[in-house]
Design a protein around this ligand. Sequence first.
Ligand SMILES: NC(=O)c1ccc[n+]([C@@H]2O[C@H](COP(=O)([O-])OP(=O)(O)OC[C@H]3O[C@@H](n4cnc5c(N)ncnc54)[C@H](OP(=O)(O)O)[C@@H]3O)[C@@H](O)[C@H]2O)c1
Length: 301
Amino acid sequence: MNKITNILITGSKGQLGKCLQDVVREKREKDEIPRFARNDKEQIQNYFFTDIEELDITDICALSNFVYDNKIDCVINAAAYTAVDKAESEPMVAFDVNGEAVWNLAHICGEQNAFLIHISTDYVFDGTATIPYKPNARTHPVSVYGESKLKGEKAILFEQIPGIIIRTSWLYSKYGHNFMNTMLKLGKEKENIYVVDDQFGAPTHAHDLAEAILNIVEQTDTITKPTIFHYANEGITTWCGFAKEIMKIAELPCTVHPITTAEYPTPAVRPAYSVLDLSKIKKQFNLKIPNWADSLRNEIG
Ligand SMILES: NC(=O)c1ccc[n+]([C@@H]2O[C@H](COP(=O)([O-])OP(=O)(O)OC[C@H]3O[C@@H](n4cnc5c(N)ncnc54)[C@H](OP(=O)(O)O)[C@@H]3O)[C@@H](O)[C@H]2O)c1
């Protein structure tokens, strides 16, 4: 039986954090997460949504006190430094938030018996593969952001706490700065845009990931040691393919032209191929994962 009752969500003003708030609200409306115990045996779940103003994950004392004071038994770490290009020029901040703070978080979770659900990235891979990366595939980041996220993963594995690392890819949602929102804006402003067509991956709707995470919260008792999983939407495309689908669904009169990575230089190197193999997470938690284009249609359509 799952005993999780007090769940801390860090970084809850980010796009995944906001989607987690949405999914909790939707589940409450459907009474799938009861607000009040309806009988003596029913346990209610309390969600503590925090972001940097309420709880800075780099502040080890604040973190430890928060977990202790609120009897937190599960932490969903959606907080991160996610500015991939900026990380190249301010690596210290990226390593503080994505590496050092995760180390502290893992340690606190270990000390206080809290289950940790940590989110990581496809950018821990170098992109030289030609078939989807399995969770145990060799990591080799090619950017500071990827390096910093790998450091966080290693900390959790080192602490040997019960918890999971979910690597995901190309997250988008209606919230904040992300590829879909940028394309929707450009699609209204321009007749032609040029998008990289030689990087392969899977766009992932943050709402789908949030649903999967809350599903996993109900099944944490199946995990006894830190375990890596991959979650993305099903299917493969390129950024150009993603952009074309956005324009098509949104019915925007903007032509998307393919270009190469070399024609669109960025401070951080991106993996040319970062498709994740999803079989482990689907099997372990009995998840059905939507195709990326179907989820995109649900979001925009
Ligand atoms: N976005 C993607 O395409 C993508 C792809 C693969 C994996 N991921 C991973 O997925 C997770 C969620 O990403 P996301 O796109 O939702 O990120 P996001 O929108 O950037 O949200 C991250 C949140 O964490 C907050 N934060 C930053 N430093 C913090 C600190 N020290 N303490 C507490 N909160 C802090 C941020 O606040 P500020 O905005 O004020 O900094 C922001 O609200 C991350 O682990 C990310 O690495 C993302």
